[in-house]
Design a binder for this molecule. Structure first.
Ligand SMILES: NC(=O)c1ccc[n+]([C@@H]2O[C@H](COP(=O)([O-])OP(=O)(O)OC[C@H]3O[C@@H](n4cnc5c(N)ncnc54)[C@H](O)[C@@H]3O)[C@@H](O)[C@H]2O)c1
Length: 256
């Protein structure tokens, strides 16, 4: 498709399904040298072939590494696995969850479980990637998956929005910390994207038709459209872009 990611080794968490899967496949289509596909399960939630198979049939190179992003050791092992291809150039900390019972009364156990995946996950992933990039002198790119729900709050997403707002400021703060090493850190904030997460999250699923009607482009986003934003931020085309939040929402947050 393009050679935007030529010579880049791309690592994607939460890449068996939805947005992460599309980011991984799109990275291969944009010419990535190799894609390290990672998730807690190899099988896509929405069915179909594992992501690695989809990349290989397109002529790309990919391996699957099982990792739970809430574990620092798993993140370290994931980045170590990228050594096979020369180390990570583009780290995409994408894995994230919503809760069945989010809101003002969210319980402590659910809240902490969500924070462990949505906040510890990107922090541990970024730390592991940055440590390897620094050791190799690589001046490359880390991308954290935020959400429009991290830029605007909602009563049905108290825990989720708290975590994604944290991801936005994590990206800005890490951009400052890692900028002197030439490592860029940006966040991507998807709007309503047609994935299992959207379809199976109570409250969000019901609200999505209303979101669609209010969205200037009058449709939900496709996971591949997030993959293209990630490809840009991972590529040398964005060499002076760091500490930003790339909103990919069909214009939804631009209107009241
Ligand atoms: N779908 C949307 O509309 C939307 C909007 C904004 C932001 N996002 C964000 O995009 C990211 C991907 O969402 P999606 O819609 O593709 O969701 P999804 O549920 O379709 O896919 C998420 C993947 O993450 C994996 N995962 C869950 N817990 C994990 C863990 N502990 N360790 C490793 N992997 C784990 C799942 O197995 C799954 O394959 C999330 O961070 C989500 O918050 C999604």
């Amino acid at each position: 498709m393009t050679d935007l990611l030529r010579e880049k080794v791309v690592v994607v968490t939460g890449a068996s399904s939805g947005i992460g899967r599309a980011i991984a496949i799109r990275a291969a289509e944009h010419g990535a040298k190799a894609v390290v596909v990672s998730d807690i399960s190899e099988n896509p939630r929405e069915g179909g072939n594992p992501t690695v198979d989809e990349i290989r049939v397109r002529g790309g190179t990919a391996i699957f590494i099982k990792a739970d992003v809430s574990s620092r050791a798993d993140n370290d092992a994931l980045i170590a696995a990228s050594e096979e291809f020369g180390g990570v150039d583009v780290m995409v900390a994408n894995a994230g969850i919503t809760l069945r019972n989010d809101g003002a009364d969210v319980n402590e156990e659910d809240f902490h479980r969500l924070l462990a995946i949505n906040l510890d996950g990107p922090l541990f992933g970024a730390q592991a990637a940055a440590a390897q990039m620094k050791a190799k002198g690589k001046q490359e790119s880390i991308i954290l998956m935020a959400s429009m729900g991290g830029l605007s709050g909602a009563g049905i997403t108290v825990a989720y929005s708290t975590s994604k707002g944290g991801v936005v400021l994590m990206a800005k703060s890490l951009a400052d910390a890692l900028g002197p090493y030439g490592i860029r850190v940006n966040a991507v904030a998807p709007g309503t994207i047609d994935t299992e997460l959207l379809r199976t999250s109570p409250g969000i699923a019901e609200a999505s038709e209303g979101f669609r009607k209010r969205t200037p482009l009058r449709r939900l986003g496709q996971p591949s459209e997030i993959g293209d934003a990630v490809a840009y931020l991972g590529s040398d085309l964005s060499s002076y872009v760091t500490g930003t939040v790339q909103l990919v929402d069909g214009g939804l947050l631009a209107v009241i």
